[in-house]
Every structure is written in structure tokens, then in C-alpha cells.
Design a protein around this ligand. Structure first.
Ligand code: NAD
Length: 443
């Protein structure tokens, strides 16, 4: 099938590459010439495990092309996926300007039937707006033409995006006409061969499902983070509690990890957008407001612990920091807790020496010229002369570090762990003072 993907970010590039992998002829469009140049030179503009190989294989096979040429891209695909960003507007609602611009661009150029598939995360009712934008663009040319609008939200996780796309738990298709449903079924058939996991529903329910999923996941995290604060006060260990509740199948073990707060391009903005959607129809979504407030608080938790140990004035102190990306497996720094932590430590007069296996370039881009922040070439190189180590992202390479080096090279053996990587008892035996999330010091 001929497919166009508009937007070659985390979602668009993975979608385009994986659809090409199944034999489709895919053209990926982006307005960012830098990204298209990187792709046309055989690279990829983001860090995503396994993606480079899929992109290179399919580009070489002639099934995957990259362009900034809107005319050519619209002319190419019968199915046009829109996978552009939907950042939060000032009031928290999803900003649809990129989605609607993409829709208009299609309407201004299409010459035959198209299925326009919204893959971006968009509020309920956006499909109607996309439909109107395309229809208006056609009308402005004095044209009427058949087209369908489909909602097909994406559930991939950064860091495991190719795997998630190739082996989806479910595929949600919101569509209200048979022709589009048949096309969507045939696109996704290769991905659901062992068991049909494609759920066809009405457009609004499909749009809603994506927000509901992210809001639920964010709720679990904030719930655990709040309980971890209580555990600290009452002398319980949140890691035991986590295992104790997670073994109940009604609760399950996933997404129950307390930490230094959630970040990324999705949870923060999607929770905000859902709260905003509620407000627009006169509903106060109090649970989700609390989820967001708890997360903002949680981003401060490591600095609170540092302040409790050293006092509010951190002048002259230096901190080693492991991890900048909002989670392991990605270079994405959007809404990363590390940004709040770095800013807060520096505002209190401290210096930060940070290391991240893949996100340092992106960190430099989003925190340009940040005085007081330096980067090290490896995790051990952050340590010499630092007052303490802060662990902010749970990259695998931080899980079994050289504890002797930590003990020897820090000014004092002191670790603040925002991701609960180690056992307090082991750290005590190693002679390292250890502050984790929701875990008491061993008696
Ligand atoms: P991104 O910012 O990485 O990529 C968006 C791309 O779209 C950019 O490269 C931008 O240049 C391009 N673009 C913008 N307007 C365009 C236009 N008119 N024509 C062509 N290209 C255009 O965003 P992302 O992380 O891939 O997210 C895209 C959407 O998918 C968002 O709605 C997001 O909420 C949703 N989503 C993201 C993830 C994730 O893990 N990143 C997961 C599921 C869903």
C-alpha cells in the first residue's frame, strides 16, 4: 500500500519505518529540513533502540523515503497518517495547530480519495475539526472529493518503540465508514496475525482512549509517589508495599515504581489536556488535578532530601548526577525531572556534573549555556570531588556500578537515589549513606 506519514518525530518515524518493514511503500514528510537531511544521509534524528536498522533496511529497499516536499508527500499515499506534535497550549489544552495545518495541507492538494489518519494524541472532537479543515481546503479550491478521517492513537513507549509498534497490545481504530475500516484492517493485518488485537470503535471513543490510558498510568505513578512520602514518615518500605500490592492481579505489577516524578512528552501534557477537556464542559477532574500536583511536588523530592542533609544554601557544593533523560532508552528531555533538579540545585548555589548515556546533546539543547552545569564523558567521571551522587534516570549501566569508586571518589560516601536502584541494607554494608524514595534506613 502507498502510505504517507506526516511528521518524522518519535511516533511518525517509527510508524513509517515499521509500515515499510511490512512491505508498504512509505513516504515520510517533515517540515524540519534538518531531520530530513539526517534521514536522507542514512542516520536518524532521535535515539530509539533498533530503529536505525529498520530505517536503513527499508530505505535501501526503496520502501521508505523522506522528504520536505508537501506536494509529493500528499500525492503519494492513499492513507495519510498525521503524526505531528500536539504540545500543551497556554491553558493546558492540546495545541492543534500542527495537526490542523497538516490536514489543510492535505485538503489543499489531494486529487483522489484519501484516508486521513490522526495518530497524534488529540482531544475528543478533533476528528471533526480535521474533517472540517480538509473540507474547507477542498471547498476553497472549488472541489468536492471523498475522504475519510480515522483516529488511530499510538501507544508506543519511547525506548521500546519499534518493539511496541511491531507487537502491539492493541490497535485502536476510531472510524465510522466501512471503506476506511477495511483499509485500516489491511494495513494492520501483518501486526496482528497471531491474534486479532484491532479494536474498531467510534471516533470520539478512540480519541478518548489514548488520554484515558495515559491518565491512568500517570495516576498509578503519582499514587505510588504519594504513598512513598507517607512510607518515609511512618517507617515503612515502599518497595515491600509495591510488591505486596502488585501481586494482586487486580492491581498488577506494572507502573507501580515510585521515583523522582514522571516526565516526557506525553503524561504531563495529556493529563493537563484531559483536565482542560473536563473544564471545557464544566467538569472538575479532581483526581487528575491531584495527579499533576503530586507529580510537580515529586520532581522536588531529591532536592528536598539534599536540602535536609546539607541545608538550603548549597553554595560551594558539587553534585554528581547520573541520568538526564526522562526515562532510560531515550534521549527525550521534554519535561524531564532532571531539568527541575538541575535548576533547583544551581539556584541554591551548587554545581552539577552530569552524565547520561544518550541525552547529553539534547540536554545541552534544552538547557543552553546553563551556568553551573557541566557534563562528564562517563558515569565515574562525574564523581571526583562531588559532595554526593544523585541518580535521576534508571539506565541499566547505573544498576551495578563500581561502589568502591563511588565511596573513594565522592567527598563523602553519599547517594541520593531517585529511582530506588539499590537495597538500603547492601548500601549500609558498603559504608555508603543512602537516601532512596520511600525506603527507611536499615535498623
Ligand atoms: P515530535 O515532536 O517528536 O515529532 C513531531 C514532528 O512533526 C516534528 O519533527 C515536526 O517537525 C513535524 N511537523 C510538525 N508540523 C508538521 C507539518 N505540518 N508537516 C510535516 N511535519 C510536521 O512528536 P512525537 O513525540 O512523535 O509525538 C507526536 C504525537 O504523537 C503527539 O501528539 C504525541 O502526544 C503522540 N504520541 C507520542 C508518543 C511518544 O512516546 N513520543 C507516544 C504516543 C503518542
Amino acid at each position: 500500500m502507498k502510505i504517507t506519514v506526516v511528521g518524522t518525530g518519535y511516533v511518525g518515524l517509527v510508524t513509517g519505518a515499521c509500515l515499510a518493514e511490512m512491505g508498504n511503500h512509505v513516504v515520510c514528510l517533515d517540515l524540519d529540513a534538518r531531520k530530513i537531511e539526517i534521514l536522507n544521509n542514512g542516520g536518524i534524528p532521535i535515539h530509539e533502540p533498533g530503529l536505525l536498522e529498520v530505517v536503513q533496511r527499508n530505505a535501501k529497499g526503496g520502501r521508505l523515503e523522506f522528504t520536505t516536499d508537501v506536494d509529493a508527500a500528499v500525492a503519494h499515499g492513499t492513507v495519510q497518517f498525521i503524526a505531528v506534535g500536539t504540545p500543551p497550549d497556554e491553558d493546558g489544552s492540546a495545541d492543534l495547530k500542527y495537526v490542523l495545518a497538516a490536514a489543510r495541507a492535505i485538503g489543499e492538494r489531494m486529487t483522489d480519495y484519501k484516508v486521513i489518519v490522526d495518530k497524534s494524541t488529540v482531544p475528543v472532537g478533533t476528528a471533526d475539526k480535521v474533517h472540517a479543515a480538509v473540507a474547507e481546503a477542498l471547498a476553497a479550491r472549488g472541489e468536492t472529493m471523498e475522504f475519510s478521517v480515522v483516529s488511530n492513537p499510538e501507544f508506543l513507549k519511547e525506548g521500546a518503540a519499534v518493539e511496541d509498534f511491531m507487537r502491539p497490545d492493541r490497535i485502536i481504530v476510531g472510524a465510522e465508514d466501512e471503506r476506511a475500516i477495511l483499509l485500516m484492517r489491511s494495513i494492520y493485518a501483518p501486526f496482528v496475525r497471531n491474534r486479532d488485537r484491532l479494536l474498531v470503535m467510534d471516533l470520539r471513543s478512540a480519541e478518548f482512549t489514548k488520554y484515558a490510558a495515559n491518565a491512568m498510568l500517570a495516576t498509578r505513578i503519582s499514587f505510588m509517589n504519594e504513598l512513598s512520602r507517607l512510607a518515609e514518615r511512618v517507617g515503612a518500605d515502599i518497595e515491600w508495599v509495591r510488591q505486596g500490592i502488585g501481586s494482586d492481579p487486580r492491581i498488577g505489577t506494572h507502573f507501580l515504581y515510585p521515583g523522582a516524578g514522571y516526565g516526557g512528552s506525553c503524561f504531563p501534557k495529556d493529563v493537563k489536556a484531559l483536565v482542560r477537556s473536563g473544564a471545557e464542559v464544566g467538569l472538575n477532574l479532581g483526581v487528575l488535578e491531584a495527579v499533576e500536583a503530586a507529580n510537580e511536588r515529586q520532581k522536588q523530592v531529591l532536592v528536598e532530601k539534599v536540602v535536609a542533609r546539607f541545608g538550603a544554601d548549597l553554595s560551594g557544593r558539587r553534585f554528581a548526577m547520573w541520568g538526564l533523560a526522562f526515562k532510560p532508552g531515550t534521549d527525550d528531555m521534554r519535561e524531564a525531572p532532571s531539568r527541575v533538579i538541575v535548576a533547583d540545585l544551581i539556584a541554591r548555589g551548587a554545581e552539577v556534573v552530569a552524565y547520561d548515556p544518550v541525552a547529553m546533546e539534547e540536554a545541552q539543547r534544552v538547557m543552553p549555556g546553563q551556568a553551573g552545569l557541566r557534563y562528564a564523558a562517563s558515569a565515574p567521571e562525574t564523581l571526583p570531588g562531588a559532595d554526593a551522587l544523585l541518580i535521576v534516570t534508571e539506565w541499566k549501566e547505573f544498576r551495578s556500578p563500581d561502589f568502591d569508586a563511588i565511596r573513594a571518589q565522592l567527598k563523602q560516601p553519599l547517594v541520593f537515589d531517585g529511582r530506588n536502584l539499590f537495597e538500603p541494607i547492601d548500601m549500609a554494608q558498603l559504608g555508603i549513606e543512602y537516601h532512596a524514595i520511600g525506603r527507611p534506613a536499615p535498623k
